[in-house]
Design a protein around this ligand. Structure first.
Ligand code: 1HN
Length: 294
């Protein structure tokens, strides 16, 4: 994938309004689908580039792979610095542009609800009027994500959904490690969901994001459910057995678990933990009361 991204940098000289994203097509599905509801890919942006602002009804998330914090995405006027493994949400119909003012390329995972939205025939899109970058708010005190913590301004009726959100890895990682000694789930190990802090609900209306720690040597029990997921390996080495296929994985690999497929995760290391990031369609399945698990 990394080689393809470098090749894409030569072919697509500037990312402009489009994105230089190498998408993970599942050969068992039609184009632009990693599972039947989700699309995952990896995007690269060169030094000095700007991926122009636009918005769409597709909901998207980014998980940063390479960036030094001076690379950033702007979501509805809020600056979201991109450091490795930060999660940044661009909820449906939020303006977003990506900017790399550094001397290094930046890389991140994109995941979107593309196949689901296309299935509903709802792919609305708009470029940002007049300008390739959107106006940014000046002060962090003006940011919506500042209103998502334990205290909130009393004089405002704060927005509760479709908020620009950045889940900084420097905050998430210690929380994951703090729970590493807990029993966790026999099927998923120590798996945490990124919640909407305003509602306590799912990450987004259509997508939910998880971060999951498999302890050294951990081999989870087999289960299946009606939700599907696309995974990205943050750390470690192991395998996920999906149906009759064993998908071996290493750091920075991606893989998919289709809905209703039996699967189990294995951390092959006896000394190091494995960390998996994933995005799933549980909110969609739940919305129609179709979630089942065996
Ligand atoms: C998109 O808008 C982005 O904004 C990335 O960075 C990947 C893949 C399919 C459709 C829209 C972005 C995308 C995308």
């Amino acid at each position: 994938v990394h080689e393809k991204l470098l090749e894409a940098c030569d072919v697509l000289e500037e990312s402009f309004t489009a994105r230089r994203s190498v998408l993970f097509g599942n050969p068992g599905l039609h184009d632009n689908a990693t599972t039947h509801t989700l699309l995952m890919g990896v995007q690269m942006i060169k030094p000095g580039e700007i991926a122009w602002a636009h918005r769409h009804t597709l909901a998207a998330i980014r998980l940063v792979i390479k960036g030094d914090g001076k690379v950033f995405t702007v979501v509805d006027g809020e600056k979201c610095p991109m450091e490795p493994y930060d999660l940044i949400l661009t909820p449906q119909w939020t303006w977003h542009d990506h900017r790399n003012p550094t001397k290094e390329t930046a890389i991140w995972v994109d995941a979107l609800d593309v196949p689901f939205l296309l299935g509903l025939n709802q792919p609305f899109y708009e470029p940002y009027p007049g300008n390739k970058v959107q106006t940014m708010r000046e002060k962090t005190g003006e940011y919506l994500q500042q209103r998502s913590g334990a205290v909130r301004p009393t004089w405002e009726n704060t927005k509760k959904e479709n908020l620009p959100m950045r889940y900084a890895w420097k905050d998430i990682e210690p929380q994951l490690r703090a729970l590493a000694e807990q029993p966790g789930s026999p099927y998923d190990g120590v798996a945490l969901e990124y919640v909407n802090p305003m509602t306590g609900g799912r990450t987004l209306r259509t997508l939910s994001c998880w971060i999951q720690l498999l302890r050294p040597g951990e081999h989870t029990k087999k289960h299946r459910h009606t939700s599907s997921a696309a995974y990205f390996v943050v750390a470690g080495e192991g395998a996920t057995i999906v149906g009759d296929k064993t998908l071996e994985w290493n750091r920075h690999d991606g893989f998919a678990v289709p809905n209703w497929a039996w699967h189990e995760h294995i951390n092959r290391s006896k000394t190091k933990e494995a960390i998996l990031f994933s995005v799933n369609d549980i909110p969609i399945v739940e919305a129609f009361n179709l979630y089942r698990e065996e």
